[in-house]
Ligand binder design. Structure first.
Ligand SMILES: Nc1ncnc2c1ncn2[C@@H]1O[C@H](COP(=O)(O)OP(=O)(O)O)[C@@H](O)[C@H]1O
Ligand SMILES: [Mg+2]
Length: 242
């Protein structure tokens, strides 16, 4: 998966997540090597968001271990996960629609950037996503779905993450916008980001990722280089509609 001997930047070992009696994630191990895009695909309800939520410190794992750059982050609360370098772009984007674009960015960056650095960091994101720069003073709720997804990316990138966790960035967007969002994912990756991408759109995810894991009912059922998985008859039958 990586060069011989190299440990992945993000290491997840035997992760378990439970909501009361519901076991959503039942012992998942995966690795995200530095500089790569790794995707986690699988049907609705498989446990994909639960894995990202556990990594981002939004739910406490029921078991297992999470390491980033070798440091143990298991069960770290959200602010510590962010400080350590894990930023989540959540499913459904969680934009604050009644606040402006600028306010959304400021709220996300305030606790992650030293005072003084925040304005420059926001400027940097507005250069990266020029449409956000143009709409800085507008209510975030007035942005199109694709623009809101850009805002969600910008918000996560403000923290200068070591690994960006993307939860279904294509959800609810038209095919054209989905294409644009995936181009953006590739651009962010070219600029140096390491990405763990959760997607139901397996075709697109396998197209951009280097390595892929398939999750069903809280367990990994297949994994491999994306190009190989895309050729796998089981993946084609279940996820690629062929
Ligand atoms: N907050 C929650 N409380 C109880 N059950 C949950 C909660 N979040 C998710 N689940 C359940 O956990 C399972 C996995 O959900 P989720 O991680 O959202 O899957 P996915 O992102 O792959 O669609 C599902 O059965 C879902 O109903
Ligand atoms: Mg989900």
């Amino acid at each position: 998966m990586t060069a011989a001997g190299a440990r992945p930047l993000l290491e997840v070992e035997n992760l378990r997540v439970a909501y009361g009696q519901v076991e959503a994630v039942r012992g998942v191990s995966l690795g995200v090597p530095e500089g790569s895009i790794v995707t986690l695909i699988g049907p609705n309800g498989a446990g994909k968001s639960s894995i990202l939520s556990a990594l981002a410190g939004l739910v406490r794992p029921a078991g297992g271990r999470v390491r980033l750059g070798g440091a143990d982050l298991t069960g770290a609360p959200a602010h510590r996960a962010v400080a350590a370098g894990l930023s989540l772009v959540p499913e459904g984007r969680a934009i604050l629609g009644r606040m402006t674009v600028e306010e959304n960015l400021r709220l996300a960056g305030e606790r992650r950037q030293p005072p003084g650095a925040l304005a420059a960091a926001i400027d940097e994101q507005c250069r990266r996503f020029p449409i956000l720069g143009e709409r800085r003073g507008q209510l975030a709720g007035s942005l199109s779905g694709g623009q809101q997804q850009m805002l969600a990316f910008a918000r996560a990138l403000l923290a200068r993450p070591r690994v960006l966790l993307l939860d279904e960035p294509s959800m609810g967007l038209s095919p054209i916008l989905v294409g644009q969002i995936f181009e953006m994912v590739e651009q962010i990756h070219r600029e140096g980001a390491t990405i763990l991408l959760v997607e139901q759109n397996a075709r697109l995810a396998l197209g951009v990722a280097h390595y892929a894991y398939v999750l069903e009912h809280g367990r990994l059922v297949l994994q491999g280089p994306s190009r190989e998985l895309a050729e796998d008859p089981r993946v084609q039958a279940a996820y690629l509609g062929s």
